[in-house]
Design a protein around this ligand. Sequence first.
Ligand code: HEM
Length: 385
Amino acid sequence: PYPHYARVRELDPVHQHPLGFWLLTAYDDVAALLRSGLSVDYHNLADGLIFRQQDELLGENVGTPLNLALVDRDPPDHTRLRGLVSKVFTPRAIAALEPAITELVDSSLDTMAERRRADLIETLAFPVPFAVISTMLGLPEADHVRVRELSGILVGRLEFATSPERIRAIVAADRELTGIVRDLIRWKRAHPGDDLLSALIEAEVDGHTLTEDEVVAQVVLLYVSGHETTVNLIGNGVVALLRHPDQLAALRDRPELAGNAVEEILRYDTPVQQSRRITTSPCRVRDRAIPPGVLVIPCLGAANRDPGRFGPDADRLRIARPEARAHVSFGAGRHHCLGAALARLEGRIAIERLTQRFPGLAQDGEITWNGRVNLRGAQAVPVLV
Ligand code: HEM
């Protein structure tokens, strides 16, 4: 997508799409919009894009707490929900996961070593984040396969070119996943443990706790955003390194660069390409007037390649790039990604240990892509270790 972004950024950085939404591709505009405090609530949309259609399909609200997740809420709801979720999703709780993540990564690398030829997504990029979030939330093993399938369908909600059949499939997946999570919450209420879900159920700020629907919505959000995104970070990261052998060699020689390499990978091939905001009053971006009730898409992937921010070599992968961390891959402002520290930790451990353990890591066949626009990522990355 990057040559297209460059063209749009050059020709029309505040672009009105024929479907009615607006697309921002320049770094400064994207960063400013994310921090602007505009709404994220789809109910403020005046026209009928996918989300409205989805609401219509949901009809009389058949018991799904869709749209109660904090990523879809404005203050004061957002402030209250974020306060409660951050209470259990603390930097300390995340840092404490390092040994467990290392063990998971090493076990994936053992499998790769045994097979010599492996699909990097299936053996490392997918199972590690999936196991981490499943363990954090206490999801029973028996549900893993189905939840993986459902979550794969549900992320379609973040894509635009969605047909009525796909919307129906998304709604059905949402209902089924919501049901699984609801059962899990009921079980957890009766058997509280030392896990994130039990803590979320009990969390209290200023006398507020989460309603059952709110817990369900946050859990589904954490589940989906907890792995579908990080798979892309690890998968796209390894693809980028395989395509830049000099950078792969540099990382092998200097493992201390792994942390910065993860930032550069997040910038270079952004795991979540777009965020979204909705205007509730007339607003201006540069010389363009945007009316109320309109979807504005800050294109994170385009902002991250803006030469105006990252210099003339913005299209090059440079793992030691000093300004890499200025990327907007985790968004910004009040909705800044709550799982950024976890994603960074998983990404660093996976990339560092993979490149250290297999100095001869090489591509071994055709790389395929998942066909998504927003959560664009590699689907299969055959490698020889
Ligand atoms: C929000 C990206 C991993 C949980 C977001 C946003 C982005 C993002 C772009 C929206 C920001 C905005 O609109 O301003 C990513 C990327 C990840 C990642 C690229 C991995 C590489 C995770 C993980 C979790 C997580 C591992 C949790 C387990 C969340 C939550 C929000 C969020 C709860 C909503 C925050 C709010 O609305 O206040 N993330 N994310 N993310 N992310 Fe992540």
